[in-house]
Design a protein around this ligand. Structure first.
Ligand SMILES: Nc1nc2c(ncn2[C@@H]2O[C@H](COP(=O)(O)OP(=O)(O)OP(=O)(O)O)[C@@H](O)[C@H]2O)c(=O)[nH]1
Ligand SMILES: [K+]
Ligand SMILES: [Mg+2]
Length: 365
């Protein structure tokens, strides 16, 4: 039996099994098995999908955004509009066949935007170019899910299922679980809070499915079986996703209003130029980037060539961003901006910087 059939079998059994206290273990194990087969499916050695050229686009700029969506929702129209790059637009499905990179310039940052072929249901199992498309999505700092505002909520659910199936977890944070495989000593299980879904026996059985007999497990939040499996498999990607409903020129204002209320959601029209500035600002916010300006002694800050770094980053990361070996010569930094109590303040490598801080690095003599 092939992996796809095995997956189908398990899914069928899960659908047939009633969800209750008595079947909890059984369902938990089925989930673990399912995740195992899905992982096997994604390994490059299997031949479940065709390989196509043009998907390996070199990473460039300060962040990478991937356009994911069903065919003809307007992905290429969007790329052509917000970047200087042209990507073919047409009213028929599967116009785009490869990965087309473009660049958005915003707040001094260069954001790489990737236009991709439309994906369809079953993409994660190799339908169409689904696997390659989703592989690109996995490399993104943010997924821009393009949706057709004239169509129902099902499109978003279907796309999320495809992303989930390949280990992408959108708009969720990594489970707060410590997990380490050991050489001996059996399974040590601990929890620092009350657990509703997991317990020692279930955890042991799940680990057995993966032939893990020695490990340390410490659960720090009330996580689900799926969360635990994610941690065991360890190859999950936690990525921010922005939902963008395009073609709002075709729907009523009330409908636009309703769509826009959903979290991480923007409603736009590429054709009628609605909310086009807002979507870029929204992407910037969700990329969670900040600008830090450098300054030399006795000179004005370099407001032209700011550094773009991840929000919450420290002086150490700023130094690394400036030059690989700068940290070795680092003595202290002078900082002006909202992250300090007074300006300038003398700070060390562990100081967390804010957006628009100005930094002067003082080297050792
Ligand atoms: N009414 C309306 N039509 C739009 C809008 N944006 C794009 N379209 C049309 O939608 C069709 C598909 O646009 P594309 O940009 O090719 O869509 P795509 O998602 O790249 O499609 P594939 O590459 O085939 O997956 C074209 O006929 C566009 O003119 C919009 O805001 N409103
Ligand atoms: K199209
Ligand atoms: Mg296209």
């Amino acid at each position: 039996m092939g992996i796809l059939e095995k997956i189908a079998d398990i899914e069928l059994e899960m659908a047939r099994t009633q969800k209750n206290k008595a079947t909890e273990y059984h369902l938990g194990l089925l989930k673990a098995k399912l995740a195992k087969y899905r992982t096997m499916l994604l390994e490059p050695t299997t031949k479940a999908g065709p390989k196509g050229p043009g998907f390996d686009v070199v990473r460039s700029g300060d962040a990478r955004v991937a356009l994911i969506g069903f065919p003809s929702v307007g992905k290429s129209t969007f790329l052509s509009k917000v970047t200087g790059t042209k990507s073919e637009v047409a009213s028929y499905e599967f116009t785009t066949l490869t990965c087309i990179p473009g660049k958005i310039h915003y707040n001094g940052a260069a954001i790489q935007l990737l236009d991709l072929p439309g994906i369809i249901e079953g993409a994660s199992q190799g339908k169409g170019r689904g696997r390659q498309v989703i592989a690109v999505a996995k490399t993104a700092d943010l997924i821009l899910m393009m949706l057709d505002a004239t169509k129902g909520p099902r499109q978003r659910e279907l796309l999320e299922i495809e992303l989930e199936a390949v280990g992408i977890r959108v708009n969720r944070s990594k489970p707060n679980i410590y997990f380490k495989v050991k050489k001996g000593g059996g399974i040590s299980f601990n929890a620092t809070c009350k657990l509703t879904f997991l317990n020692e026996k279930l955890v042991q059985q799940i680990l057995q499915t993966y032939k893990i007999h020695n490990a340390e497990v410490l659960i720090r939040e009330d996580h689900t079986v799926d969360d635990f499996i994610d941690v065991v498999l360890g190859n999950r990607k936690y990525i921010r996703c922005v939902y963008c409903y395009n073609k709002i020129d075709q729907i009523s204002l009330e409908q636009v209003d309703e769509l826009s209320r959903e979290p991480y959601t923007v409603a736009i029209s590429c054709e009628s130029d609605l909310n086009m500035d807002y979507i870029i600002e929204f992407l910037w916010k969700n990329l969670d980037l900040i600008r830090v300006y450098t300054k030399r002694r006795g000179e004005y800050p370099d407001f032209e060539g700011g550094l773009i770094v991840k929000s919450g980053c420290t002086v150490l990361e700023v130094c690394r961003n400036i030059h690989k070996t700068l940290v070795d010569d680092f003595n202290y930094a002078l900082l002006w901006g909202t992250s300090t109590k007074h300006s300038p303040q003398r700070v060390g490598l562990s100081h967390v910087v804010d957006d628009e801080d100005v930094i002067q690095i003082v080297k050792k003599r």
